[in-house]
Ligand binder design. Structure first.
Ligand code: ARG
Length: 291
């Protein structure tokens, strides 16, 4: 079996495009926290993507994950690792570990018992890495799965996992404006499955995943957003990580790759088919650590 990233890696200049809104885009170096899927398997189902009766190839998951990690490094980003814990198969989805913003860290408080011990593991990592203060969320809060930083605001998802109380808690702790958005489709149970932050003022999202009121808010705040198709969303194409120019996402979201290119971004495709069996893709595996 061959695995390729299919990744056109950093270009010195943004791709030529004839699309109207293309702008000169700049990548900034990022710091990411990841967790190698050594213990990854699907033994329980807490989202509609998970089917414990389907086999998972853990070695392939590790190989695909390694390519994601090296893709970040080739793009010039720093990748830190947290030790995987046996018996916590979903720990690979590091985005859920917490929110680290302006040098402060809030570790997650998970919805389901199966993932609850992950909160303490991520909290310990944040403490060791020197984030002060580091706390554990008081309300149900699945970290960057439901909190996405876009410029100076934080978009926050609710409906399936993270509670609205957690949105208030994040606003108070980080002192940043938080916009609550309601998710309505169980396949898109975390905000990062239905919306991607591309740069400080650009997002891509899938409107059917949000309530009518949340759609109205998104249209007001981001009239220029890239709108994902059903096909983009169904391969978790929006579960993407952007450095402001390079957007790492599944190679299966072909339409989204096109839209990104038209808007001056550089889509970098990776294959994370094994990790999709747990209901996650690129962003789920990546927690951005913001000092
Ligand atoms: N199996 C995990 C869960 O249901 C997947 C988490 C995906 N992570 C994310 N950031 N969307 O909790």
């Amino acid at each position: 079996m061959t695995i390729t990233t299919g990744a056109p890696l950093p270009t010195s200049a943004p791709a030529e495009s004839t699309a109207p809104r293309t702008t000169q885009r700049g990548a900034t170096p990022r710091r990411f926290l990841m967790c190698r899927p050594e213990h990854f398997e699907v033994t329980y189902a807490i989202n509609p993507w998970m089917d414990p009766s389907k086999p998972v190839d853990t070695a392939l998951a590790v190989a695909q994950w390694e390519l994601l990690r090296s893709t970040y490094e080739v793009l010039g980003h720093q990748v830190d690792l947290i030790d995987p814990v046996e018996g916590l198969p979903d720990m690979v989805y590091a985005a859920n570990g917490g929110v680290v913003y302006a040098g402060k860290a809030m570790a997650a408080r998970f919805t389901y018992a199966e993932r609850q011990p992950e909160g303490a593991a991520y909290q310990a990592w944040f403490e060791r890495a020197g984030f002060r203060p580091t706390i554990q969320a008081a309300s149900t809060n699945e970290g960057e799965g439901d909190f996405l930083v876009v410029g100076r605001i934080i978009l926050a998802g609710t409906g399936f996992r993270t509670s609205v109380d957690a949105h208030h808690e994040v606003r108070e702790f980080f002192g940043a404006p938080v916009i609550s958005l309601e998710l309505v489709d169980p396949r898109y149970y975390h905000l990062d499955t239905a919306l991607a932050a591309l740069d400080d003022h650009t997002i891509a999202y899938y409107p059917p995943a949000f309530s009518p009121a949340s759609n109205a808010i998104l249209r007001q705040l981001f009239p220029d957003a890239i709108i994902a198709t059903d096909a983009d969303a169904e391969v978790l194409g929006l579960n993407a990580v952007s450095d402001g120019h390079n957007v790492v996402l599944t190679d299966k979201a072909v339409h989204l790759h096109e839209r990104l290119r038209e808007r001056g971004f550089n889509p970098v495709g990776v294959d994370l088919s094994e990790l999709l069996k747990g209901g996650g893709s690129v962003k789920c595996c990546t927690l951005e650590v913001r000092s």
